[in-house]
Design a protein around this ligand. Sequence first.
Ligand SMILES: [Zn+2]
Ligand SMILES: [Zn+2]
Length: 137
Amino acid sequence: MGARTSYKTKHRDEILEILQENEREHMTAGQILDELKARGVSIGVATIYRQLDRLVEEGAVNKYMVDAVTGACYEFRDGHEEKSAYVHGKCEKCGKVVHIERKAVETAMQGFSGGGFELDCTRTLFYGICEDCRRTK
Ligand SMILES: [Zn+2]
Ligand SMILES: [Zn+2]
């Protein structure tokens, strides 16, 4: 208890604050580390993972496995309250993870259930080119 506890809580709050400020974004532990360093916070990556695990357990943060290159990314939950209303897509140009409206995907996927296989849209990652990259083409 005492000083040690509040020290730990501080890191937790700092991580949560960063995710909150980037609530529509998806951040990897590495990106969070960079952001903390830029703010003059000295923290190890192991501590970040530990705190992130706690935040996921508490339900404040969502965790997604993106792919082998990106690894896991984290997002602030409140910015994603309708979790079932969207699916995740990864831009192959800039690597950004974006939200795609689930309805649009399901419409496109109709007929895919052939062979008795039902696609779990909430766990599927789609690849493509994001709006920003398409615009700057
Ligand atoms: Zn992009
Ligand atoms: Zn997301």
